[in-house]
Design a protein around this ligand. Structure first.
Ligand SMILES: [Zn+2]
Length: 114
Protein backbone atom coordinates (compact mmCIF):
# COMPACT_ATOMS: atom_id res chain seq x y z
CA UNK A 1 0.00 0.00 0.00
CA UNK A 2 1.58 3.21 -1.13
CA UNK A 3 1.75 6.11 1.26
CA UNK A 4 1.67 9.70 0.19
CA UNK A 5 2.91 12.85 1.79
CA UNK A 6 3.84 16.41 1.09
CA UNK A 7 5.64 19.37 2.54
CA UNK A 8 3.56 22.04 4.24
CA UNK A 9 2.97 24.20 1.17
CA UNK A 10 2.38 21.19 -1.09
CA UNK A 11 5.05 21.98 -3.67
CA UNK A 12 6.91 18.77 -2.87
CA UNK A 13 5.02 15.48 -3.06
CA UNK A 14 6.32 12.19 -1.74
CA UNK A 15 5.15 8.69 -2.57
CA UNK A 16 6.59 5.75 -0.65
CA UNK A 17 5.86 2.11 -1.43
CA UNK A 18 4.58 1.23 2.05
CA UNK A 19 4.04 2.70 5.48
CA UNK A 20 7.30 2.74 7.45
CA UNK A 21 7.68 -0.14 9.90
CA UNK A 22 9.99 1.97 12.01
CA UNK A 23 11.65 5.35 11.86
CA UNK A 24 14.99 6.67 13.02
CA UNK A 25 15.37 9.43 15.57
CA UNK A 26 18.95 10.53 15.04
CA UNK A 27 20.82 12.91 17.30
CA UNK A 28 23.54 14.02 14.90
CA UNK A 29 24.23 17.72 14.64
CA UNK A 30 21.74 18.18 11.81
CA UNK A 31 18.89 15.82 12.72
CA UNK A 32 18.89 17.17 16.25
CA UNK A 33 18.00 20.56 14.82
CA UNK A 34 15.62 19.39 12.13
CA UNK A 35 13.75 16.82 14.26
CA UNK A 36 13.41 14.46 11.33
CA UNK A 37 11.97 10.99 11.71
CA UNK A 38 13.59 9.09 8.91
CA UNK A 39 12.11 6.12 7.06
CA UNK A 40 14.37 4.17 4.71
CA UNK A 41 13.51 2.81 1.30
CA UNK A 42 15.28 1.70 -1.86
CA UNK A 43 15.53 4.87 -3.97
CA UNK A 44 13.83 3.29 -6.97
CA UNK A 45 10.69 2.71 -4.88
CA UNK A 46 10.28 6.33 -3.82
CA UNK A 47 8.93 9.15 -5.93
CA UNK A 48 9.69 12.74 -5.08
CA UNK A 49 7.87 15.30 -7.19
CA UNK A 50 8.62 18.98 -7.05
CA UNK A 51 11.73 21.06 -6.72
CA UNK A 52 13.91 20.65 -3.66
CA UNK A 53 17.07 22.30 -2.42
CA UNK A 54 19.90 20.10 -1.18
CA UNK A 55 22.09 20.91 1.77
CA UNK A 56 25.45 19.16 1.67
CA UNK A 57 27.95 19.12 4.48
CA UNK A 58 30.45 16.94 6.27
CA UNK A 59 31.76 14.14 4.13
CA UNK A 60 29.62 15.42 1.25
CA UNK A 61 28.23 12.00 0.40
CA UNK A 62 24.58 12.86 0.79
CA UNK A 63 22.27 15.74 0.07
CA UNK A 64 19.70 16.72 2.67
CA UNK A 65 16.73 18.07 0.75
CA UNK A 66 14.10 20.56 1.76
CA UNK A 67 11.32 22.50 0.12
CA UNK A 68 12.62 25.94 -0.90
CA UNK A 69 9.20 27.50 -0.33
CA UNK A 70 8.07 26.27 3.10
CA UNK A 71 11.34 24.85 4.39
CA UNK A 72 10.15 21.37 5.34
CA UNK A 73 12.85 18.70 5.24
CA UNK A 74 11.74 16.14 2.69
CA UNK A 75 14.38 13.48 2.11
CA UNK A 76 18.04 12.65 1.86
CA UNK A 77 19.73 11.00 -1.03
CA UNK A 78 23.21 9.89 -1.95
CA UNK A 79 25.17 12.18 -4.24
CA UNK A 80 26.76 9.38 -6.18
CA UNK A 81 27.78 6.29 -4.28
CA UNK A 82 24.98 3.75 -4.27
CA UNK A 83 23.81 3.11 -0.71
CA UNK A 84 20.84 1.06 -1.88
CA UNK A 85 18.64 3.25 0.27
CA UNK A 86 17.46 6.75 0.80
CA UNK A 87 15.68 8.41 3.67
CA UNK A 88 12.45 10.29 3.66
CA UNK A 89 11.13 12.44 6.45
CA UNK A 90 8.26 10.33 7.74
CA UNK A 91 6.75 13.37 9.44
CA UNK A 92 5.56 14.47 6.01
CA UNK A 93 3.63 11.28 5.32
CA UNK A 94 -0.14 11.37 5.55
CA UNK A 95 -1.34 10.02 8.86
CA UNK A 96 2.11 9.62 10.36
CA UNK A 97 1.76 8.93 14.09
CA UNK A 98 5.00 8.68 15.98
CA UNK A 99 3.28 7.09 18.97
CA UNK A 100 2.01 4.22 16.82
CA UNK A 101 5.36 3.19 15.38
CA UNK A 102 8.74 1.97 16.56
CA UNK A 103 11.18 4.84 16.91
CA UNK A 104 14.82 3.72 16.90
CA UNK A 105 17.28 6.08 18.52
CA UNK A 106 20.40 6.53 16.42
CA UNK A 107 23.29 7.80 18.50
CA UNK A 108 25.38 9.82 16.10
CA UNK A 109 25.95 12.89 18.22
CA UNK A 110 29.73 12.60 17.90
CA UNK A 111 29.90 12.43 14.14
CA UNK A 112 28.72 14.14 11.01
CA UNK A 113 26.09 11.53 10.46
CA UNK A 114 23.82 10.58 7.69
ZN1 LIG B 1 6.83 23.35 0.71
Amino acid sequence: MSVYGSCHCGKVQIKSPSPPEWVADCNCSLCRRLAWRVAYYPPEQVRIAGETTAYVWGDRMIGIHHCPVCGCGTHWQTLGEDFGKMGINARLLDGFDESAIEVRKFDNADQASR
